[in-house]
Design a protein around this ligand. Structure first.
Ligand SMILES: N[C@@H](CCC(=O)N[C@@H](CS)C(=O)NCC(=O)O)C(=O)O
Length: 198
């Protein structure tokens, strides 16, 4: 049995969209919960088992897991038929794993530092900065339409979702706006926007 603790218009929407793309939505029970929103509204839901009261939280046969990128990796391995991951033996798996981890290890922190205007030499030494992260994406997206190559994967779902959800993070030109537009035009993105009431 698979359960997903979900709050609309959040990181867990990206998981719902991935499940839709994987053709696995009917295999998962979605449990909608409240979370504390960034404007301070709502609050944690006592029925949500996530240790920090956050979403997404996935439970598979009684074992829970957190972290949006780890959950996506897990689901693409669990439902490999859709070809949205890069399983063991796929020569592009190293690239796929790198983008999935880079999102959490680098992109999330630098986005927060950048938009909160935190300018610290120490943080910069470790994480570089938002402009460097954008350059990394642009460097790949000038070579290939999607992050690991010619096909859309959960790495695009994970990272393009952020730029789509927060258009203010997008550079005005270069390959990122085109990539996000292609992501936005995908039927699964449009179905998720409808589910989220966007
Ligand atoms: N590192 C976590 C972050 C999860 C997260 O911050 N989720 C937000 C929704 S997008 C949330 O639940 N916020 C409620 C809160 O901070 O209490 C992940 O990657 O899954």
């Amino acid at each position: 049995m698979i359960e997903l603790y979900h709050a609309p218009r959040s990181r867990s929407s990206s998981i719902v969209q991935l499940l839709d793309d994987l053709g696995a939505l009917d295999r998962v029970t979605i449990r909608e919960v409240t979370i504390t929103r960034s404007d301070g509204s709502d609050g944690p839901d006592p029925s949500n088992p996530h240790p920090d009261g956050k979403v997404p939280y996935l439970v598979h046969d009684g074992i829970g897991m957190t972290e949006v990128n780890a959950i996506m990796l897990y689901l693409t391995d669990l439902f490999p038929e859709a070809g949205l991951g890069a399983p063991m033996g796929d020569p592009l798996r190293p690239r796929f794993l790198s983008w999935m981890a880079w999102y959490g290890n680098v992109l999330e922190p630098v986005v927060h530092f950048h938009f909160m205007e935190i300018d610290s030499p120490g943080l910069k030494r470790t994480f570089r900065d938002f402009a460097t992260a954008v350059e990394r994406l642009e460097s790949q997206l000038t070579k290939t339409p999607w992050l690991i190559g010619d096909r859309f994967t959960a790495a695009d779902q994970l990272i393009a979702h952020m730029f789509h959800f927060f258009p203010q993070f997008q550079p005005k030109d270069g390959p990122i706006p085109d990539w996000v537009a292609r992501y936005a035009a995908r039927p699964a993105t449009q179905r998720q926007a409808a589910r989220d009431g966007l």
